[in-house]
Design a protein around this ligand. Structure first.
Ligand SMILES: *Cc1c(COP(=O)(O)O)cnc(C)c1O
Length: 392
């Protein structure tokens, strides 16, 4: 019997052709497919700039670097996320300050963040990393207003939400990662995410200065621009101009580049992104209707509109029982997430059980059901029937 996972990629003949053509081209990396993917992605999201990277974690790391996170800088994020949202602060020596989730949306509770900020002098915290968990957009207009009061930057972790949006106070649609409110936003192209490139990531922004920093940091901190060099023309070995080979490493960067064949795959997948979102929203509406009025199942609160549905999360009482029952029927549901602050690494930094009651209560009950565009109606029906059978 076929396994039904919680998420999976969909590779078409067009995707394969795009990759094979790139493999036969002159560039496997540092070629034209990367900029093409960036331009198309920025257009899809509605941001001015996009920088493609090796993975979403590299994207987070470079965001923290570009924003100047240093030893001891305090940054606020949610415990209900993939560890990388917090780890990027640690890579730069910063201090992660978790803050509890809203028990119904499962997103960072802005009122709790406000309380945290107001309890310390201005300047204590440097930034916030809201996560569009499961694909549900944060109200970034509200986070921006709060961040401005305290001079904070915002990195939006949009790994779950390409194609998701919220409506601002004027009723305008604001795509996740569009750069209107967050300083930087990041995406991942891991195969369980909406757009797969094997490994891959993207940063979007409307800030030119940050954009230029990111391009440099992605390639070792190397600059290739006559106007920016600090060594002399004479040292470089030229006469009136810098010679053609010359370049300078001006900052400590990394090799966080994506390859051209990954970019080609990501770009090919992006062309079907809207279809994928529509299918995800349809699947969500079927789950939602099937569980309506079932007292033993709680769904994430909020509307289907604007939700990108990376995950369809529910809370149930006998979570272990349901997980095992589904597993016995080849339905591989998953748990997102074990609270980040209770990972042994973060416990080692001083966090402990009881710190964030909503996140911890959520973890006791949550389970992510199969959610991906190629999940068939029949498969979803089977999943729903097995859940109902378990509870009856
Ligand atoms: C997947 C994910 C990441 C990391 O992305 P990778 O490409 O796997 O490095 C970061 N944050 C969240 C919320 C994610 O889901």
């Amino acid at each position: 019997m076929k396994v039904i996972p919680y998420g999976r990629q969909n590779i078409t003949e067009d995707d394969i052709t795009a990759v094979v053509e790139t493999l036969k081209s002159d560039y496997l990396t540092q070629g034209p497919r990367i900029a093409e993917f960036e331009t198309a992605f920025a257009e899809y999201i509605g941001s001015t700039y996009a920088v493609a990277l090796a993975n979403g974690t590299a994207a987070l790391h470079l965001c923290a670097m570009a924003l100047g996170v240093e030893e001891g800088d305090k940054v606020i994020t949610t415990p209900i996320t993939f560890a990388a949202s917090a780890n990027c602060i640690r890579y730069c020596g910063g201090e992660v300050v978790f803050s509890d989730i809203d028990p119904d949306t499962y997103l960072l509770d802005i009122e709790k963040v406000r309380t945290l900020l107001s309890a310390s002098p201005k300047g204590t915290y440097k930034g916030i990393v809201p996560v569009d968990f499961a694909g549900r957009a944060n109200n970034l207009e509200a986070f921006r207003a709060l961040a401005n009061e305290y001079d904070l930057w915002i990195i939006e972790d949009s790994c779950h939400s390409p194609g998701g949006f919220f409506k601002n106070a004027d009723g305008d649609i604001q795509n996740c990662g569009n750069g209107n409110y967050a300083d930087l936003a990041i995406f991942s192209f891991h195969p369980v995410k909406h757009i797969a490139s094997g490994e891959g990531g993207m940063i979007t922004t409307n800030n030119k200065e940050l954009y230029e920093k990111l391009l440099q940091l992605r390639t070792h901190g190397i600059v290739k621009n006559d106007g920016l060099y600090t060594n002399s023309i004479e040292f470089a070995g030229g006469l009136d101009n810098y010679p053609g080979w010359y370049m300078e490493m001006q900052n400590l960067g990394y090799n966080y580049r994506i390859t051209d064949f990954q970019a080609a795959l990501g770009h090919s997948q992006l062309l079907r992104a809207n279809e994928g979102i529509e299918r995800r929203r349809h699947i969500a509406s079927v789950y939602f209707d099937a569980f309506k009025g079932q007292s033993f199942i709680k769904s994430q609160s909020g509307t289907i509109e604007g939700h990108a549905y990376h995950l369809y999360v529910i809370e149930v009482n006998d979570r272990l029982g349901l997980y095992n029952h589904l597993r016995d029927n080849n339905i591989y549901a998953q748990i997102h997430y074990i609270p980040c602050h209770l990972m042994p690494y973060y416990r080692g930094l001083g966090f402990s059980e009881g710190d964030f009651p909503h996140a911890e209560a959520y973890y006791k009950h949550c389970i992510s059901l199969p959610m991906y565009p190629t999940l068939t109606d029949g498969e979803q029906h089977f999943v729903i029937e097995e859940i109902k059978r378990f509870f009856s």
